[in-house]
Design a protein around this ligand. Sequence first.
Ligand code: ZN
Length: 137
Amino acid sequence: MLNKIEHIGIAVKNLESSNALYAKLLGGAHYKIETVESEGVTTSFFKIGDSKVELLQATTPESPIAKFISKHGEGVHHIAFEVNDIDAEIARLTLEGFELIHNKPKPGADGKLIAFLHPKSSGGVLVELCQDIANND
Ligand code: ZN
């Protein structure tokens, strides 16, 4: 079951200037910056009520974010849904015919286990599932 929109991921070229822009837009500063080496990204997070905005800047030219920006420019990159049991959701969505980029959850930013669905099986939208690591016992 998908609980809620946990965050919206936005690809940016320059985290520093985008942090300033989004702080103005959202009316408050980011609350953390975190690099996820395995994904080639540095992220910053803003709280919006019960949800978040995640800004993503590439750390290497091979980063998926660098590739996304060279193809589409800056902008909305993915929608992340919170789940209680990411393994069960991966199994359910696989049975429903969705193509997973990650068939096994992996550690992501902000204390989450994550898995992405391939946008070609989800209507052109990159979908992330995320579960609090603390819930994963
Ligand atoms: Zn995300």
